[in-house]
Design a protein around this ligand. Structure first.
Ligand code: FES
Ligand code: MG
Length: 571
């Protein structure tokens, strides 16, 4: 190796420092020649029993290590903060930026030449990539893979059914006992959510960005071929170090454009918008909220996967995986974008077969004519808000209705099912103070379950507006990520019951029909709910520094990168 490896600044030292850097490592049974110039590959593991979607990662890491050894590297596995979507309160999103700091500092501070990021449950992907971007060494991602389809009473079920079943439970059509039975039937294998929720959206984003080997998005966690992919990823990262293929060589503007185009064709989660903006902010690529609309508004839904379609991630794999989808996007994608295997996106996908046209459609024969993200703006969302057309009811995309306002999530829970609540199917439900600063952490509560009395009348969708997010497995005519948020003094904070709101997605507008004078008057009376309880610790830091949703909700001081150089030794 002509150029000195980064790890040799530790392991290659003579005298006292070299002794200290190597001796304690040797207590793990490592021969001396491992320290003599082999690429050291960090395996950044988000295994945790509290992140069940990543519960198989210890085993999967062993497959990565085999590949690293075979290629002449030296693998070192290390843990980082693992964010499980289902258990963490008040929301895993509150800790995405914290986890990214852990990842960044762990990579930079240690003798690592290249890193494999092991990502699975929703936030474990953006937090790891954001952190790695701020260091910028050769980086490759292996995702954990989706669960197999759940099966209950002869029916396939997945995370999107949770929301349907919750409505049935609310109306008494499903008992508590039936609910418990369905739990075990849904989550029956290792892996993350089996539909195109946020985790699968993130695994697809990784593949579309060129950060993984082909087929990373869809191979089920329980399928032996997931281990093969991990093994091959281990081999490949060693060569990436030798080729000096830094993360910034992969994450170009073209790569981000590919991710946005592919995300539209698969009906990916709205959370994609926030995470991709945050990643772009770290690596230093200029990406704006409006780019998502401009690049995706005319792209149809090609992959027929829940929640926008019918099938599961497992079915996508059997049908040809993400390469089969990307092949259909030939006229749209940036073909020359480089990927981690050293080939371009188009070289990887141009010969991809499709085995099932009921799962992977074509541009001429898509499953829905409109997919992607629409960005709406107006006095109610000056910096924009997001709606996912493929998950919405077409008839509600242009709608004028009277606001029914919930001041915060507690107010919503307390009143939504009140039989006396003045609400009908034409009303617009407005939820405030669930944004980045307001919740805090911008929880997935934007797709509010409809009032019980309306569900009983057979109402299936209503326009809902908030500064929060929704689960990638959710659906409905839901306007999310309103920026600025209510707690930061956005117009959303000033909406009152009975105000008329007009949503016009075709014209990209979201308007509160209240005069500027009246709004100015209301603003004088308004007081941010934030001042009520000033928190300490990380949450205090977060509320002070988190940026608004249209910028990716990263912390202002985390944007950009510091690189991989550390000049001082520890002793
Ligand atoms: Fe982990 Fe859905 S809860 S991916
Ligand atoms: Mg989620």
């Amino acid at each position: 190796m002509e150029k000195k490896l980064r790890s040799q600044q530790w392991f290659g030292k003579k005298g006292k420092d070299g002794f200290i850097y190597r001796a304690w490592m040797k207590n793990q049974g490592i021969p001396h020649d491992e320290f003599e110039g082999k690429p050291v590959i960090g395996i950044c593991n988000t295994w945790s029993e509290l992140t069940p979607c990543n519960g198989h990662f210890r085993e999967l890491a062993e497959s990565v290590k085999k590949g690293v050894w075979e290629a002449g590297g030296f693998p070192v596995e290390f843990p980082v903060t693992s964010l499980g979507e289902t258990l963490i309160k008040p929301t895993a999103m509150l800790y995405r930026n914290l986890a990214s700091m852990d990842v960044e500092e762990s990579i930079r501070a240690n003798p690592i030449d290249g890193v494999v990021l092991m990502c699975g449950c929703d936030k474990t992907t953006p937090s790891l990539i954001m952190g790695a971007c701020s260091v910028d060494i050769p980086t490759l991602v292996i995702s954990g893979g989706p669960m197999m389809k759940g099966r209950w009473r002869g029916k396939y079920i997945g995370t999107s059914d949770v929301w349907h079943m919750a409505e049935q439970y609310k109306t008494g059509d499903l008992s508590q006992e039936e609910f418990v039975e369905a739990e075990a039937c849904m989550a029956r294998t290792p892996g993350h959510c089996a539909v195109m929720g946020t985790a699968s959206t993130m695994a697809s984003m990784v593949e579309a960005l060129g950060l993984s080997l082909p087929n990373n998005a869809s191979i089920p966690a329980a399928d032996s071929r997931r281990k093969v992919l991990a093994h091959l990823s281990g081999r490949r990262i060693v060569d990436m170090v030798r080729e000096e293929m830094y993360l910034s060589k992969i994450l170009t503007r073209e790569a981000f454009e590919n991710a946005i185009i592919v995300n539209a064709a698969i009906g990916g989660s709205t959370n994609f918008v926030i995470h991709l903006l945050a990643i772009a902010g770290r690596i230093g690529v200029d990406l704006k909220l409006d780019d998502f609309d401009a690049l995706s508004h005319d792209i149809p839904l090609i992959a027929n996967i829940q929640p926008s379609g019918e099938h599961f991630m497992e079915d996508l794999y059997y049908s040809g995986g993400l390469p089969a989808v990307i092949k259909e996007l030939e006229s749209l994608i940036r073909k020359d974008a480089l990927t981690v295997n050293g080939k371009t996106m188009w070289e990887n996908c141009n010969a991809a077969p499709c085995y099932d046209r009921d799962v992977v459609g074509t541009l001429e024969n898509p499953f829905k004519p409109q997919s992607g993200m629409a960005v709406v703006k107006g006095n109610l969302a000056i910096n924009g808000a997001v709606i996912k057309p493929s998950a919405a009811t077409p008839a509600l995309m242009t709608h004028r209705g009277k606001a029914v306002v919930f001041e915060n999530i507690e107010d919503y829970h307390a009143r939504v099912d009140d039989p006396d609540l003045d609400i009908d199917a034409n009303s617009i439900m407005v939820l405030k103070n669930v944004g980045p600063k307001g919740y805090p952490g911008m929880a997935e509560v934007g797709n509010m379950t409809l009032p019980k009395k309306l569900l009983e009348q057979g109402v299936t969708d209503m326009v809902r507006i908030s500064d929060g997010r929704m689960s990638g497995t959710g659906y409905g005519t839901v306007v999310l990520h309103v920026s600025p948020e209510a707690s930061a003094g956005g117009t959303l904070a000033l909406v009152q019951n009975g105000d008329w709101i007009s949503l016009d997605v075709p014209n990209r507008s979201l308007h509160l029909e209240v005069s500027d004078e009246e709004l100015a008057e209301r603003r004088r009376e308004w007081e941010s709910q934030l001042r009520a309880q000033p928190p300490r610790g990380y949450v205090n830091l977060y509320i002070q520094h988190v940026e608004q949703a249209h910028l990716g909700a990263d912390m202002d001081f985390l944007k950009g990168k510091s690189g991989s150089v550390v000049t001082r030794d520890s002793h």
